[in-house]
Structures are given as structure tokens and as C-alpha cells.
Design a protein around this ligand. Structure first.
Ligand SMILES: O=C1C[C@@](O)(C(=O)O)C[C@@H](O)[C@@H]1O
Length: 155
């Protein structure tokens, strides 16, 4: 059985592709799910892809990852900028976590510049569109030993 990676999406990400396409692009969350499953398989990872509009559900899923997943890719949406509870959950999960934002949060309104997730994430990918999820999968695969590191980049 391949190691499981949770890809967790927070509020409003169900509207990807419909919502502000000039900011978030035209790919839907289903497109992202399909693509990450394919990339995950190629890396020897089993992707468990989820979305919720509810903070507590996200906290429950992060807690579940403690025993059920080897890594988390998290786009907490607007909760990234407000949720101490999500930071606490990641801190106690003890699971490698990569934060993803589709848009470049640092080039947007100042309230988006700070993320509570970033302080407890292993790495952060912002502003690279939905491809950011794939880059995060590659980063996790390396960190959980499923992808040989390149001989040119030592991380
Ligand atoms: O919902 C979102 C999406 C987002 O997380 C992104 O993926 O770019 C950025 C957040 O500021 C915003 O609230």
C-alpha cells in the first residue's frame, strides 16, 4: 500500500474555476483532484483529496492525519489568515505539511500576507496556480523517501 497523503482544501475552494478566474484561474477543484491523483500515483503516493467550508472539519481531518497519513498538503483558504486552531492542529499532528495557495497572497490585500499555517509548515508554495499542488506532492514525496533527490539540488 502506498503512503497516504491528505490534500486538504478549506472554505470556498469548491468554487475554484468559477470564483474570480482572473485570480484563481479556470481549473476546477475536480480537475486538481484528478491531476494530483495521477501525479501521486506516479510518485508512489495515495492521494486522499478533500474540501470543506468548515474550520472544525479541517481541524478533525488534520488530527486524523496523525495516524492516517504520511503527509499533508493544505490550502486552508481564508482560514489561513485567521485560524489559530488550524495552526495548533498541524503543530500536534507531527506530519510533514506543505502549505499551498493558488494565488500569490503576498501580492494581494495586506490581510492575506500573514498565514497562521506558514509558521508550522515544512514549506510554502504560493502564486503558482493549481500547479502548486503538484509541486507540493513532489516535495512531500522526497521528504517521505518516495522520490530520489536530484543530484543537482541538495535540500
Ligand atoms: O480562499 C482563498 C484562496 C487562497 O488560499 C489561494 O489558494 O490563493 C488565498 C486565500 O487568501 C483565499 O482566502
Amino acid at each position: 500500500m502506498n503512503p497516504v497523503v491528505f490534500i486538504l482544501n478549506g472554505p470556498n475552494l469548491n468554487l475554484l474555476g468559477v470564483r474570480e478566474p482572473s485570480v484563481y484561474g479556470s481549473a476546477t477543484l475536480s480537475d486538481v483532484e484528478a491531476r494530483t491523483r495521477t501525479v501521486g500515483e506516479s510518485l508512489g503516493l495515495a492521494v486522499d483529496f478533500r474540501q470543506t467550508n468548515h474550520e472544525g472539519v479541517l481541524v478533525d481531518w488534520i488530527q486524523e492525519a496523525r495516524t492516517a497519513a504520511k503527509g499533508i498538503i493544505l490550502n486552508a483558504g481564508g482560514l489561513s489568515h485567521t485560524s489559530v486552531s488550524i495552526q495548533d492542529a498541524i503543530r500536534s499532528a507531527g506530519v510533514r505539511t506543505i502549505e499551498v495557495h493558488v494565488s500569490n497572497i503576498h501580492a494581494r490585500e495586506s490581510f492575506r500576507h500573514h498565514s497562521y499555517v506558514s509558521a508550522v509548515a515544512d514549506g510554502v508554495i504560493v502564486g503558482l496556480g493549481v500547479e502548486g499542488y503538484e509541486f507540493a506532492l513532489h516535495a512531500l514525496a522526497r521528504r517521505i523517501g518516495r522520490e530520489a533527490p536530484s543530484d543537482t539540488i541538495a535540500i
